[in-house]
Design a protein around this ligand. Structure first.
Ligand code: SAH
Length: 348
């Protein structure tokens, strides 16, 4: 934001402590500030009532705190899923979705404003990438939803607008802070990162030794088919992608999820289900396939597979002993498909 000012919300605890030293302050002030921001939901310097006035004056001069503003929200009559639209300091709009489950409250956050991956079925990338979000902007999405509903968020999915591995450092910073014991202390196992398959990023993530879940947007069982909807498939083959998944599994022991959005007449044929099963069944990692009847996007001309074809597709995978579920669609009445609320509001 403001030139040269330090973005404190995006800093890990050590980095805030270093900032205190740079400001000629005691290190422990860093812990106090971290707790105010990430545990006590205080987003103004003046509200941090255990900090000396002189420090607050310095913080106001040299640093800033990320702000986000709620523009609108829509709640599904069917299942209570709520979609939030937030505005950032520079006018960028981002979407965040709250899903309520028996096991807790899950938030789906955006990691970029827009996206440059260009998947043909997705509304998020229609206008390309505007910019990366900061760690602080990702955190504030979770904190804002938490305060809007007055309940703890227990799960986070990095599955909103943007490609998380295209904004690597900020995303890893987000994961470290949201799981920090002096912050919200979320379990790493309750976080899922979904990627269209940036192979280098997956290998790098494997090296972080985090316990987060990895979901791969596969959507096709062979390279030629995948290239038709996902430009990233021209850069990385499915073979390289699965090798990266194996590395991730070896280093974390976490089961890999493969997302497969079914488009009628495109990737839902029984032969394609068999190809997918053969691709995944004898791998050196545990995995799970999530079948998603694709959400229609008005700007795009494709249709969702019909229920009968979805079930047939699933049964072929199950027959070949590939663990598979059909994802339940939530919030179908509220611009639920990826990027749609943002897109529709921007059009207005
Ligand atoms: N860029 C990341 C995360 C954001 S997209 C990724 O590609 O995984 C989150 C998921 O929604 C991805 O699996 C994506 O392929 C899927 N998706 C995008 N458009 C969709 C649509 N119209 N219907 C169903 N799923 C869609």
């Amino acid at each position: 934001m403001s030139n040269n000012k330090t973005d404190i919300m995006s800093l890990e605890l050590n980095a805030i402590a270093d900032e205190m030293i740079a400001l000629n302050e005691k290190k422990f002030r860093g812990i106090q500030i971290f707790e105010w921001l990430h545990q006590k939901d205080c987003f103004t310097w003046k509200g941090m009532n255990n900090l000396p006035k002189a420090l607050i004056a310095k913080l106001e001069e040299y640093t800033y705190l990320t702000q986000i503003q709620l523009v609108t929200k829509q709640t599904s009559d069917h299942d209570g899923t709520t979609k939030f639209l937030f505005k950032l300091h520079d006018g960028q709009m981002i979407e965040t979705v709250l899903m309520r489950y028996d096991y807790g409250n899950s938030v789906c956050i955006s990691t970029q404003a827009g996206c440059r991956m260009g998947c043909t079925f997705c509304a998020s990338g229609l206008n390309g990438l505007e910019r990366n979000l900061t760690t602080g902007e990702m955190l504030r999405q979770v904190y804002a939803v938490e305060s809007a509903i007055g309940k703890r968020i227990t799960h986070v999915v990095l599955m909103g607008t943007g490609e998380p591995l295209d904004n690597y450092e900020a995303v890893v910073g987000f994961i470290k802070i949201i799981t920090h014991e002096k912050g919200k202390n979320l379990s790493q196992r309750h976080i899922t990162l979904s990627t269209c398959g940036l192979v280098d990023g997956i290998h790098r993530l494997a090296g972080e030794k985090l316990q987060i879940n990895l979901a791969i947007s596969l959507h096709a069982g062979d390279d030629e088919l995948r290239k038709q909807t996902m430009p990233i498939a021209k850069k990385y083959s499915i073979d390289d992608l699965l090798t990266a998944c194996e590395a991730y599994f070896t280093s974390t022991g976490r089961r890999i999820t493969f997302e497969y959005a079914l488009i009628a007449g495109h990737n839902d044929h029984p032969s394609q289900a068999r190809a997918l099963a053969d691709l995944l069944r004898f791998r050196k990692f545990k995995c799970h396939v999530n079948l998603i009847p694709i959400n229609n996007v008005v700007e795009k001309s494709f249709a969702k597979s019909n229920q009968k074809d979805v079930i047939r597709f699933r049964d072929i995978l199950l027959d070949k002993k590939v663990e598979t579920t059909i994802r339940r669609s939530l919030g179908t009445d509220i611009d639920a498909a990826c990027g749609q609320l943002r897109l529709n509001t921007m059009k207005e």
